[in-house]
Design a protein around this ligand. Structure first.
Ligand code: NAI
Length: 335
């Protein structure tokens, strides 16, 4: 198939080309993201291939249809950036990579926790400058702490097991409890109880209308003072204004995020010589107890290989009229 690949970075090209050596598909790479201003680039292609921050709304889907696009392939698991209803109306399948490396994301959540807790980023800088003082680097033992996991699907399940391995007590909320975790003595509780009892809360649910701002002023007020919140899922799970206020008041003790509500204007770009116009992320980055990474939780060699392999398979399956239902996004998944 002839595919317009949007939001391309060097690593996307490297891994897709490596697995497409037989040139089964004609991949044309664009650094630009897919949006109204760039949609014409998709002319004369069969499919578009996009990533997390390409916002594919109804209007864009109608334009893609007019240009003759038959398929949207996502190089990611989350699909909140695509208007699935509009794609269905246009009879345009949306295929994704449902799992590339759930371990990578779960392990990054642990990295955020460990960095915030043991302040290794500060220690690294101190020692390099000849400052061997350990004043104010005090952390806490994770062993025995209560960890709340919201969403225990592929990533949340691995994360819960990692935390059990560290001797934590794990409590969880999910609409569909995972029997494997229940066997391991993970306690499923109502969401409010998870908020009230946890010392660390890690978000692993998708962004849906129901989960948008699941961390808001109301839920923050239920939590233990000084709670650690970790978000490797989607930025809009957190109401940023409420989080900033709670950080100012010490209600949030630590915040580790790999995702941010307005990340599409920032993440995956080198803005080091630019003025950052987003005042909220600038404010977040001033707190000593906030750690922001730029959507890199998935970013391992294993995951990039898997993303490229599944993306190419999705294209071939579609061409052969045999879409893998596990990879297709449907309206029911939005509920
Ligand atoms: P999954 O589909 O395997 O699991 C999601 C779980 O959330 C399911 O068990 C589901 O029942 C649960 N859930 C749905 N609505 C809920 C609600 N209202 N409250 C609590 N739980 C709810 O998805 P997976 O693979 O574990 O990924 C989770 C999320 O991680 C993705 O939706 C995506 O947003 C994010 N992600 C982030 C990456 C990164 O690099 N930062 C990479 C990959 C995924």
């Amino acid at each position: 198939m002839k595919v317009a690949v949007f939001s391309t970075k060097s690593y996307d090209r490297e891994y897709l080309d490596k697995l497409n050596q037989d040139r089964k598909h004609e991949l044309v790479y664009f650094e630009a993201s897919l949006k109204a201003e760039t949609v014409r680039l998709a002319e004369n292609f069969d499919a578009v291939c996009v990533f997390v921050n390409d916002k594919i709304d109804k209007e864009l889907i109608e334009k893609l249809k007019k240009l003759g696009i038959k398929l949207i392939v996502l190089r990611c698991a989350g699909f909140n950036n695509v208007d699935i209803e509009a794609a269905c109306e246009q009879n345009m399948p949306v295929l994704r990579v449902p799992a590339y490396s759930p371990n990578a994301v779960a392990e990054h959540a642990l990295a955020l926790i460990m960095t915030l807790n043991r302040k290794t980023h500060k220690a690294y800088n101190r020692v390099r400058e000849g400052n061997f003082s350990i004043e104010r680097l005090t952390g806490f033992d994770l062993n025995g702490k209560t960890i709340g996991v919201i969403g225990t699907g592929k990533i949340g399940c691995i994360f819960a097991k990692i935390m059990l391995g560290l001797g934590c007590e794990v409590i969880a909320f999910d609409k569909f409890p995972n029997p494997e975790l229940q066997d391991l003595k993970v306690k499923y509780l109502p969401l409010e109880d998870v908020f009230k009892q946890s010392e660390i809360i890690s978000l692993h649910c998708p962004l849906t209308p129901e989960t948008k701002h699941i961390i808001n002023n109301n839920s923050l007020n239920m939590m233990k003072k000084g709670v650690m919140i970790i978000n490797t899922s989607r930025g809009k799970l957190i109401d940023t204004d409420a989080a900033i206020q709670a950080l100012k008041e010490g209600r949030i003790g630590y915040l580790g995020v790999d995702v941010y509500a307005q990340e599409e204007n920032l993440f995956f770009k080198d803005l080091s010589e630019m003025v950052i116009l987003d005042d909220k992320i600038s404010r977040l980055m001033t707190f000593p107890n906030v750690l922001v990474t730029a959507h890199q939780a998935y970013f391992t060699d294993n995951a990039l290989t898997q993303i490229a392999a599944t993306t190419l398979k999705n294209l071939s399956d579609f061409e052969q009229g045999s879409i893998d239902p596990k990879n297709q996004v449907c309206i029911e998944m939005m509920k």
